[in-house]
Design a protein around this ligand. Structure first.
Ligand SMILES: C[S@@+](CC[C@H](N)C(=O)[O-])C[C@H]1O[C@@H](n2cnc3c(N)ncnc32)[C@H](O)[C@@H]1O
Length: 226
């Protein structure tokens, strides 16, 4: 596995707008209760106070996808990572509205959390509509790159699943190419319908809904950790 310190990086904005009253309250009151500790080793017991299955979403946006899974499977612990503070408050609002106790939130780089989890500890990792960085000179910024993929491979259990969705043709081709080079993941697709259609157990995301609303194709990739 590549040295995680060589892949630590975060691109993009942290905050777009001043937080409104509710958002401010959620950040001050709820975030400390559900935040992933900023330092030290992580596991289910530290995060959820018990042994449980763990899943992690990288860049959850406003959190719709993560919350749908968390509500459907209350015994599984979900870790959401998102540096964009206006997105974090979106997820916090869902957690409060739905009374969810099985979600933990990291308001920063997913790599920082992945690094601190035990190897072979995650059932699933989700990377949905990652920032495409379409220019070739920015390709190293894409999350789908050998360093982050090595880390995801290490943290997934054998048989665990890595899910990628994108509506960007450059990112689609890039992801297929990067993943095809790897012997540690098996692509779970047999027919074109498998990547052209959103599976039933795959809740929509905000970016996915935008793309669909504009009639753009979305590609859904499921990879099993060998
Ligand atoms: C295009 S948005 C997609 C959001 C959401 N997944 C969706 O489909 O609606 C990509 C998100 O990834 C987040 N992101 C970028 N780099 C990240 C990183 N290293 N760790 C966690 N999130 C990251 C960005 O802040 C942004 O909110």
């Amino acid at each position: 596995m590549s040295d995680p310190t060589t892949i630590r990086r975060l691109y993009g904005r942290r905050q777009a707008f001043a937080l409104r009253n509710r958002a401010q309250r959620l950040v001050e009151d709820l975030l400390p209760e559900v935040a992933v500790p900023k330092e030290g080793a992580l596991d289910a017991a530290r995060l959820f106070g018990k042994a449980c299955l763990l899943e992690l979403e990288i860049g959850f946006g406003k959190g719709e996808h993560l919350v749908a899974h968390a509500a459907a499977r209350p015994e599984t612990g979900f870790i959401g990572c998102e540096p964009f503070l206006n997105g974090v408050t979106g997820l916090l609002g869902h957690i409060e509205d739905d009374g969810l106790s099985n979600v933990r939130v990291h308001d920063g780089d997913a790599l920082n959390v992945l690094e601190r989890l035990p190897d072979a500890s995650l059932e699933r990792v989700y990377l949905l509509h990652p920032d495409p960085w379409p220019k070739a000179r920015h390709a190293k910024r894409r999350f789908v790159n050998p360093g982050p993929l090595d880390l995801i491979a290490a943290k997934l259990k054998p048989g665990g699943e890595f899910r990628i969705a994108t509506d960007h043709p450059v990112y689609m081709r890039w992801s297929v190419m990067q993943m095809a080079r790897r012997s540690d993941f098996e692509w779970l697709a047999e027919h074109a319908e498998d990547w052209e259609n959103r599976p039933d157990d795959w809740p929509p995301t905000r970016y996915g809904e935008w793309a669909a609303g504009e009639g753009r194709p979305i590609w859904y990739f499921r990879y099993r950790r060998r």
